[in-house]
Write a protein that binds this ligand. Structure first.
Ligand code: M7G
Length: 338
């Protein structure tokens, strides 16, 4: 029933962005049959150790670009499996998606609790409709075969699965996310001491044995997901969560994981990001990423309502609707170019 199977089922509307460093190209497309908009995020996949054999064994011509003393530059055309491109397709895409992926100016906003109440919160409350994909995950209507680990508890339970941003061909750009079962936690601002069991459960280290969380043994399963050509660590016993699950599934050690929450997030249902610490994942920047360990510490050791009281700064791009609201409220002013 898919209205698209090949790239030529679409025509180009506009190139939204391209980035030589990240090797990405983002296209605004239109389906030729249904005439609806699509966003296609094309990204050359990273190298993996496994490819070295193919690279060296292939009879590839090295086409000389230039030579200077001991330095030469060649262009090589390697076999297909070295040249995969991940294509994240959003179809039908809304105006929000087109805006999100367009090249645009970014601003840093300083949000006091008062600005949050008056401007940000009313905006967030209007955004409820964009979470179907989250509910599909929680209700196992989509991606059920990709679940790495699950704890079905309604208050502190979650589902851990590979993020849309990760094509799972190698571990050096590992990107996994935990989606909370509990509804109604919109952002970091809502978190307080009542959420500590949830936050700790998501973060929990395999090394913590006698910790008070060990009572939470209702984790259903941790399943080694198939990653092309990678050694899967052996399956552990039950009771393991997130970081431990990632260790067991992908053999990436807890001390190599960056575990964080976005403020502002794109989706207002509580979720936590897990990326490989050696990978500069998109969004793992100051002005967006808040380490989960810091969040727990701030709430537990400083103030249960730390995040309700805190002034938070965040990056926001000019085409984001929240940016327009902040602009109208006089919180941020737009740079105008003649
Ligand atoms: P966010 O912090 O709200 O926003 O994170 P961001 O997208 O700007 O980072 C939401 C996370 O959910 C992102 O890391 C997305 O890549 C991921 N994500 C979004 N969608 C629509 C899906 C999906 O359908 N499946 C999965 N597995 N991940 C998704």
């Amino acid at each position: 029933k898919m209205k698209y199977e090949a790239m030529n089922d679409f025509q180009l509307v506009k190139i939204l962005a391209e980035d030589a460093r990240n090797k990405t190209l983002i296209l605004h497309l239109q389906n030729k049959v249904e005439h609806k908009d699509a966003v296609s995020i094309l990204e050359k996949t990273p190298f993996s150790n496994k490819m070295v054999d193919t690279i060296l064994s292939s009879d590839v011509k090295m086409e000389l670009q230039f030579n200077n003393d001991i330095y030469s530059q060649f262009l090589c055309k390697f076999p297909e499996e070295i040249n995969f491109v991940k294509n994240t397709l959003i179809y039908p895409a809304t105006e929000k998606h087109l805006n999100k992926y367009s090249a645009q100016r970014t601003y840093l906003v300083t949000e006091t609790p008062d600005i949050y109440q008056k401007v940000t919160l009313p905006f967030i409350e209007e955004q409820a409709g964009h979470l179907q994909w989250v509910y599909n995950i929680l209700e196992k209507k989509a991606e059920a075969d990709r679940i790495v680990c699950e704890d079905p508890h309604p208050e502190h339970g979650f589902i851990l699965l590979p993020d849309l941003k990760w094509e799972q061909t190698q571990l050096n750009n590992l990107y996994v996310m935990a989606v909370s079962y509990k509804h109604g936690i919109k952002t970091l601002r809502d978190l307080n001491a009542t959420h500590l069991p949830l936050l700790k459960n998501i973060l929990k280290q395999g090394t913590v044995r006698n910790n008070q969380m060990s009572g939470f043994s209702n984790v259903l399963y941790c399943r080694p997901t198939s990653i092309l050509g990678f050694h899967m660590a052996s399956r552990g016993g039950q009771g393991s969560v997130s970081r431990e699950a990632i260790l067991k599934t992908y053999n990436v050690h807890p001390s190599q994981l960056r575990v964080f929450v976005h403020y502002q997030p794109s989706y207002y249902h509580f979720h936590v990001h897990f990326t490989h610490v050696e990978y500069d994942a998109p969004g793992s920047v100051v002005g967006r990423a808040h380490l989960l360990q810091d969040i727990i510490d701030n709430i537990e050791n400083f103030d249960s309502n730390y995040y309700a009281k805190k002034t938070l700064q965040f990056n926001i791009s000019e085409k984001n609707k929240l940016f327009s609201r902040l602009k109208t409220a006089g919180i941020v002013s737009e740079i105008t170019v003649e």
